[in-house]
Design a protein around this ligand. Structure first.
Ligand code: ADP
Length: 168
C-alpha cells in the first residue's frame, strides 16, 4: 500500500521551550513525515519572550532533527493547521491534570475543524516541567540545567538580569 505523507502540527506557547517539549518533538518526529512546531502569537500580556525569540530558540534546537520545522502563527490554531495542510495535531501530556484540558481542546478542535489530535507522553523525568514554573524558578535564580536546553538557559539568565537591572 502506498504511504500517505503525514504532516503534524505541534502548537503551543513555548515560552520558553523546555526539555519536555523537546522530548515530545523527538518522539513525534518518528511518527510523522513532517512535524511543524507552531509558536502561537496570541496577544496575551504576560509573555517573557517574543514569538520571534521563541522561534529562534527552537530553530537552534532542531537543526539536527530531520522533518522538523518551526513557524509562528496568529489566531485560531485549527485555521492555521488548515492553511499549512496539517493532517493531525500533536500535543504532549504530563499528567492526569493535563488530560482534562487537552481532552476538551481535542474534542473542540475535532468538532470545529474535523482534525484529530495525537498525544505523546514525555519521559517521566520531564513530567513536572512547565514553561510557567521554568520562568518562575529562573526569575529567582534557580538551577534549571536538567530541565531546559543550554541555549534557553542562557537567554533566561540574560533576560532576567536585564529585567532586574531595569527595576533598579
Ligand atoms: P499551551 O499554552 O498551548 O498549553 P505550552 O507551550 O504550554 O502551550 O505546551 C504545548 C504542548 O506541550 C501542550 O500539549 C503541553 O501539554 C505540552 N507540554 C508542555 N510541557 C510538557 C512536558 N514537560 N511534557 C510533555 N508535554 C508537555
Amino acid at each position: 500500500m502506498e504511504h500517505k505523507f503525514v504532516r503534524a502540527i505541534f502548537p503551543g506557547s513555548f515560552d520558553p521551550i523546555t526539555n519536555g517539549h523537546l522530548d515530545v518533538i523527538k518522539r513525534g518526529m518518528r511518527l510523522f513525515d513532517e512535524l511543524i512546531v507552531a509558536v502561537g502569537r496570541s496577544p496575551v500580556k504576560n509573555q517573557l519572550f517574543t514569538p520571534q525569540e521563541r522561534v529562534e530558540m527552537i530553530k537552534e534546537l532542531i537543526t539536527d532533527l530531520p522533518g522538523v520545522v518551526v513557524e509562528s502563527f496568529e489566531g485560531l490554531m485549527v485555521e492555521y493547521a488548515g492553511q499549512i495542510h496539517a493532517d493531525v495535531v500533536l500535543r504532549g501530556l504530563r499528567s492526569l491534570t493535563d488530560v482534562q484540558y487537552e481532552f476538551q481542546l481535542a474534542l473542540t478542535n475535532r468538532a470545529v475543524a474535523g482534525i484529530e489530535t495525537v498525544f505523546i507522553m514525555s519521559s517521566e523525568q520531564y513530567g513536572f516541567t512547565s514553561s510557567t514554573l521554568i520562568r518562575e524558578v529562573a526569575s529567582l535564580g534557580g538551577d534549571l540545567s536538567n530541565l531546559i536546553p543550554e541555549n534557553v538557559h542562557r537567554r533566561l539568565v540574560e533576560r532576567f538580569s536585564r529585567l532586574k537591572a531595569q527595576e533598579r
